[in-house]
Design a protein around this ligand. Structure first.
Ligand code: GLP
Length: 254
């Protein structure tokens, strides 16, 4: 896997935005569309701010861009400010020229008995759009990607995980406590793109900043491939993965 280390979060975010910009340019030139998998959380906020700046400066159009978000809490209303739909609207979709029907986020309001069907449909839509040109990822302190939480699954089963409903891990709920006003108030479920869905992307950009991520980053890059640390499964797509880190997040690397 390629690993690029930047002095600070600001520089890493700028580099990530410019990588996304060139991915869009190349995909639109070759196939008249760019299909992006987008991530939420604190880490990519500045990346979206840069993409908006590039759009405002006339250097980036989203007209031919189709997006699929990585995950969403479940159940949640899209107008709930803690939903990832609201996050994407506030930070990106409402500031750029992406046609609304091209911006997909898993639906936190789908009735429970249809959740599996909805998730399977999300994977099909991505495939029908030609697959993801780029999947943007962050990493949880427990090594999760999307909301694929650590577990004991054998490797082959973990690599085959589709988009689905999941229960959130304790560390994830602790980290989300600030957004929800307390750990016990964090929504306990989510819909997430699966490991297989993520790994199917033509390229993967994983961004990690801050000392809190250093241990997970070091294990994902240097440890064994195991679902106990879901980000380590990116090793199976090594030639298509780029890590962008700031110095504190890279502190555990040799
Ligand atoms: C969140 C999201 C992930 C994200 C990760 C890290 O809970 N579901 O997609 O990458 O955890 O979040 P942050 O960037 O806030 O540290």
């Amino acid at each position: 896997m390629s690993v690029l280390v930047f002095e600070d979060q600001a520089t890493a975010s700028r580099a990530a935005a410019s990588h996304i910009q060139s991915t869009i340019r190349i995909a639109v030139a070759n196939r008249h569309r760019a299909v992006l998998g987008l991530a939420t959380g604190a880490t990519p906020r500045r990346v979206y701010a840069h993409l908006v700046e590039l759009h405002r400066a006339g250097q980036l159009s989203f007209r031919e861009v189709i997006t699929y978000n990585l995950d969403e809490y479940y159940p949640i209303q899209p107008l709930d400010p803690r939903s990832y739909r609201a996050y994407m609207h506030d930070l990106l979709f409402s500031h750029v020229n992406i046609p609304p029907h091209q911006a997909h986020v898993l639906d936190g309001t789908v009735p429970e008995k249809f959740a599996d069907q909805h998730c399977a449909q999300f994977d099909r839509w991505i495939a029908e759009d030609g697959g993801l040109d780029l999947q943007l990822l962050g990493i949880g302190r427990n090594g999760h990607i999307g909301f694929n939480e650590p577990g004991d699954l054998p490797l082959a089963e973990a690599l085959a995980l589709p988009t689905r409903f999941v229960e959130l891990d304790t560390i994830t709920r602790r980290d989300a406590a600030r957004d929800f006003g307390g750990e016990d108030r964090v929504i306990s479920g989510a819909l997430t793109l699966g490991i297989a869905s993520i790994l199917a992307a033509r390229s993967i950009l994983i961004l990690a900043t801050g000392a809190r991520k250093a241990e997970a980053v070091a294990r994902a890059l240097g440890g064994p491939m195991t679902y106990r640390l879901p980000a380590s499964l990116l090793q199976s797509a090594a030639s298509r993965v780029i890590w962008m880190l700031d110095l504190p997040a890279a502190a555990g690397l040799p």
